[in-house]
Design a protein. Sequence first.
Length: 381
Amino acid sequence: MSPMNAQSQIEPPLGLILELTHRCPLQCPYCSNPLALERAHDELPAAIWLDVLDQAAALGVMQVHFSGGEPTAYQALPRLVARAADRGIYTNLITSGVTLDRARLARLAEAGLDHVQISFQDVQPDSADRIAGYAGAHARKLAAAARVREAGLALTLNFVVHRHNAQRVPRMIELGEELGAGRVEIAHVQYYGWGLINRAALLPTRAQLDAVTAAVEAGRARLKGKLVIDYVVPDYYARRPKACMGGWARRFINVSPAGRALPCQAAETLPGFEFPSVRDRSLAEIWQRDPAFARFRGTEWMPEPCRSCERREIDWGGCRCQAFALTGDAARTDPACALAPDHELILAAVAERPATPPAFVYRRMEGTQPSRTASAVITSK
Ligand code: SF4
Ligand code: SF4
């Protein structure tokens, strides 16, 4: 097959994740942003984002997720939403909710925003604020969620669960009902970046995991047809890994605040890659021809046991960033898989889970040198 034929068989990406900024008033210890956060002066100007949205529509992208950091901190957000809506792309705002006041929400709704996803740290206010590192965050989120429904927009509540809040999953689902959400996402922490630094502080027990799974199943049975409950299980207790991002460069393009195009948010942690920038390359060229995007796409790159495994086109070998974070080699089978040669690394982490969790290392701008706090740091804004 000629290279051109091979390229023409690459399906367009389903979604585009625009990390407009890494600025965020919260400090979640499992934040999916990289440890080295990008500064405001490096952020792309609106003109480039607008052009990226035009290109995305031409490429066949169906949905755009405005993310961050806190995307409402990016001033031109309503213009970007309007452009995406005008091009017929479904628009989703992924927000902490703490800055989503009435005026801001009205501008976004007017611009054509379709959906809002608000992240919650817990249902118990003092615990939620401690995890977020922000006094009063929980109350602001509740108010923002109510405003989203008043504005007639679709709402998802996202709860990241771990050892400090796993016992309150039934109440999380109830909160979704009370706030009129159409979807609740219960997602265990993913352990790379900030989550990996805080693994000992966050990893639940097997019994906690089983209780969360039972709560999700009970909620699904009780609320069938009324509320969708998505569930992201923790790799550390799974026998097989998840298909990270639906497979490397198969469904999503993530663009960092400075414009680097990535197959997933954590990909910048991988050494030896030169990820292309939307400042000087088109989205189509990046998607179809960039070597970094092609590197782990499909099954050709796979080592054994993935290469001859019947699940190779289901989980695509798991997460490349997790493979690198744990083994130092992004091309190895994800250690989360029980068949992986490095699976003992996962078993050891579970066995070494401390009975008393260490203090959180909060997500901070000085992220390349994270500092462990002796106690929860609460900031207000
Ligand atoms: S996970 Fe927390 S700190 Fe990270 S961007 Fe979201 S709200 Fe901000
Ligand atoms: S061996 Fe590879 S393809 Fe098979 S289940 Fe494990 S990670 Fe997935």
